[in-house]
Design a protein around this ligand. Structure first.
Ligand code: NAD
Length: 515
């Protein structure tokens, strides 16, 4: 790929040029180290910043999914024959290769998804880091020696599942491509990623670079295409060892049921409706900065978005003003401009959903404080047809408001006042989700008490949104189950085998206990 500078006069042209440079033959499945055009459903890719189409591709269909799976079964066998030290060396090289291509990957991601380039750069670097981190684990996967009664040497081994199918969403395609491949590969599995049909490019390029860095054929394949064709075929085929799914609650449940019917376990990373709780004794300026980043980075298209802002009543009006002032100053615009902080909504469908949920929030009594008219640099330019939603703050979003419990997945935060700590905790826990949350306070005991009391897989004290591959991440309740990072995820991607050896000839090799 040769394009290293951003952008041309039109985001649509840039997206087309960047994609052509990356994949001269167009988008296709990545199988055995090659990009192979599909012959299934046709998918049109749209530039989020202009609303105009820039490419089409055909997905591999259910039949093509079968071909990919055959390759991945072979890949799992070949990868499994290497020892952990050999796998670690290759994964370290994958990390170095991705690091060397950070800028290229960031431009590809930004141009084809509408994600601000500064965010894409951070995410590209994180993907390289993920491979570096799990390369470090590949040669350290040990079992246990377990003392048992009688004369036995009993030990365990960690066995890869074989083929892992990862289904990923459109909001962070490159990040989730790394998140859902580095760990299973380190554990000795092959991986197929089925990226969102809307944002396949960066995932294919990551797999291509990983192959160039030494991953054998079939170890990291990509199946771009529709959920109901390619996704459904891959998540219900008994040759798959495990499914890891990142996406919405309804789709996650559908996928888990289909997988279960084929006897395949599924790890689910789903949506959220996280509470950001601000007490009067907090550093309000810092908390306002945190509240902005919690909801408006990624234009709110983030599973951990702090979409409910709960503020102690005595500072509520002041704090809403601080947040509104900052929201009004955020730079919304061309994703490929280095100073853009908030980009467009990535898909047209989601753009419509976000707008209708803002209307619902107002109908249910929310007062719009920010986020109405689009500025002239958006309406009066080539960006006029883009999926723009200005950072939106609604105040007075009470428990009866639909925004209280519905994930918007856009730059929309609902604020409300609370009187007591117990009320804030109850309110934070009043949805079926349990992904993330935060508290802002200078009272250490209160901070820890709130952190312990809120149902969430990740919780920040006087901060928001930091996650790292070394730290477990995942949801409670409707936000899913299983953890997708940290050392523990290696347990998700291996099965434990127990091995018994009698150590004394006199010991009975046939104990009477049956199970
Ligand atoms: P989605 O559920 O619509 O789609 C997710 C993926 O599932 C896509 O790749 C889609 O093609 C695929 N899919 C759809 N139907 C399928 C089927 N029948 N079989 C197999 N695959 C199928 O989600 P989305 O709109 O792409 O992403 C937004 C959602 O993702 C939000 O709810 C967000 O909170 C969630 N998300 C969660 C996390 C997390 O780590 N918890 C991270 C990012 C996004």
């Amino acid at each position: 790929m040769t394009i290293t500078t951003a952008p041309t006069s039109s985001s649509t042209d840039t997206a087309r040029a960047v994609l052509d440079a990356a994949f001269p033959g167009g988008i296709g499945a990545f199988i055995d180290g090659k990009v192979v055009p599909g012959n299934g459903e046709t998918v049109t890719l749209t530039a989020a910043a202009t609303g105009a189409p820039f490419a089409t591709y055909s997905d591999p269909g259910a039949e093509g999914a079968g071909v990919i799976l055959e390759s991945s079964v072979r890949g799992a066998a070949a990868w499994g024959e290497l020892n952990g030290f050999e796998r670690a060396a290759i994964l370290r090289n994958v990390s170095r290769t991705l690091e060397a291509h950070t800028e290229e990957l960031a431009i590809l991601e930004s141009a084809t998804t509408g994600k601000p380039i500064r965010d894409a750069r951070v995410e590209a670097a994180k993907v390289a880091e993920m491979f570096g981190y799990y390369a470090g684990w590949a040669d350290k996967l040990t079992g246990q020696t377990i003392p048992v009664p009688g004369s036995w040497h009993t030990y365990t081994e960690r066995v890869p599942w074989g083929v892992i199918v990862a289904i990923t969403p459109w909001n962070a395609p490159m990040f989730t491509a790394g998140w859902n491949s580095a760990a299973p590969l380190a554990a000795g599995n092959s991986v197929i990623i089925k990226p969102s049909e809307f944002t396949p490019a960066s995932t294919i390029r990551v797999a291509q670079l990983a192959h160039e860095a030494g991953l054998p054929d079939g170890v990291f394949n990509v199946a771009p295409g529709l959920g109901q064709t390619v996704g459904a075929a891959l998540t219900s085929d008994r040759r798959v060892g495990k499914v890891s799914f990142i996406g919405s609650v309804p789709t996650g449940r559908r996928v888990a049921v289909a997988a279960a019917q084929a006897g395949i376990p599924a790890l689910l990373e789903l949506g959220g409706k996280s509470a950001n709780i601000v007490f009067a004794d907090a550093d309000l300026e810092r908390a306002a900065d945190g509240a902005i980043s919690a909801i408006f980075s990624g234009a709110g298209q983030s599973c951990v978005a702090g979409s409910r802002l709960l503020v102690e009543r005595s500072v509520h009006a002041q704090f809403v003003e601080l947040v509104a002032d900052r929201a009004g100053r955020l730079r919304v615009g061309d994703p490929l401009s280095a100073d853009t902080e908030v980009g467009p909504i990535i898909t047209a469908q989601q753009f419509a959903t976000v707008n209708s949920l803002i209307d619902a929030g107002v109908q249910d009594g929310g007062r719009r404080i920010t986020g109405s008219a689009l500025p002239p640099h958006l309406t009066g330019s080539a960006l006029a047809g883009g999926h723009w939603v200005m950072p939106t703050l609604l105040d007075g979003v009470t428990p009866q408001n639909r925004l209280e419990t519905t994930e918007v997945f856009g730059p929309v935060v609902g604020a409300d006042a609370f009187d007591t700590e117990a009320e804030a905790i109850a309110r934070a826990n009043s949805t079926s989700f349990g992904l993330a949350g935060a508290v802002w306070t200078s009272d250490v005991s209160r901070a820890h008490h709130v952190a312990r009391s809120v149902n969430a897989g990740t919780f920040w004290i006087n901060s928001y949104k930091t996650i790292h591959v070394a730290v477990p991440f995942g949801g409670f309740g409707d936000s899913g189950h299983g953890r997708s990072s940290g050392p523990g995820v290696l347990d998700e991607y291996t099965q434990t085998k127990a091995i018994w050896v009698p150590t004394r000839a006199a010991g009975s090799p046939f104990p009477s206990l049956s199970y």
